[in-house]
Ligand binder design. Structure first.
Ligand code: PGA
Length: 256
């Protein structure tokens, strides 16, 4: 089964609506439409509406960095799935390691958010990854398996098929020290097997796996060379339109 490649730009807490608009206007002409490749922008909440309007009809997808696990109600400061969809979002990140570490999001909360996304028609991008201490302690496999099992608990197999899983070793995020493609592929191959054992062959073949952590225009091709790596979740290098365009161009030419 051919899985469509995905390059997702996680802007984190960067860019006002004006800066978002300037980015999109400069990025669009550089990002030639590629049928084989999907490009996704993940701006902060306050830029979603503006980005959604600018991206209509461009072929570039929009997503959010987080959502609340309830549909609506008295949750001061939170943003619901329906609000994201209304801005034009198709995707939403769930369980990014910065939220897990800095805002104490645990596996149970990640599960609730993932299920809300699925129930609301958003495609979740589930982020998993081990810390440096876990890697040094030989805990990587166990930690990733636990994150997957908890996040996907109670999710139907048919809902796992469009799912996207981003493997982001915490020690590689924003450090300039990407994992080696071979090490990433090893973990990601296991993620695919785990999804397959729990949800069957179609889910195994269909789930798209992204690598994230210090991806650059220079190293993107080495990750996409690997059969289990279907794309990338890019932070720092996605903040400049020219750098993101170079990543997209490298990803487009990599796999026929
Ligand atoms: P980075 O961030 O590319 O800046 O390492 C990736 C991420 O956190 O999604």
């Amino acid at each position: 089964m051919a899985r469509r490649r995905l390059i997702a730009a996680n802007w984190k807490m960067n860019k006002t609506p004006e800066e978002t608009e300037a980015f999109v206007r400069s990025f669009l002409p550089e990002a030639a439409r590629q049928a084989s490749l999907e490009v996704l922008l993940l701006p902060p909440f306050t830029s979603l509406d503006r980005a959604g309007r600018l991206l209509v009809g461009t072929g570039i997808a929009l997503g959010a960095q987080d959502l609340h696990f309830e549909a609506a109600g008295a949750f001061t400061g939170e943003v619901s799935a329906a609000m994201l969809s209304a801005c034009g979002c198709r995707y939403v990140l769930v369980g990014h390691s910065e939220r897990r570490a800095l805002l104490r999001e645990d596996d149970a909360l990640v599960n609730r958010k993932l299920r809300r996304a699925v129930a609301s028609g958003l495609v979740p991008i589930l982020c998993v990854g081990e810390t440096l201490a876990e890697r040094r302690g030989g805990e990587t496999e166990r930690r990733i398996a636990a994150q997957l099992a908890a996040a996907l608990d109670g999710v139907e197999s048919r809902d796992v098929r469009p799912l996207i899983i981003a493997y982001e070793p915490v020690w590689a995020i924003g450090t300039g020290e990407a994992a080696s493609p071979a090490a990433a592929e090893e973990v990601m191959g296991r993620i695919r097997e785990t999804v397959g054992s729990a949800h069957g062959k179609e889910a195994r073949e269909g789930v798209r796996l992204l690598y994230g952590g210090s991806v650059t225009p220079q190293n993107i091709a080495s990750f996409l060379d690997r059969p289990d790596i279907d794309g990338a979740l890019v932070g720092g290098a996605s903040l400049r339109p020219d750098a993101l365009a170079r990543i997209v161009a490298a990803a487009s030419s990599e796999r026929a």
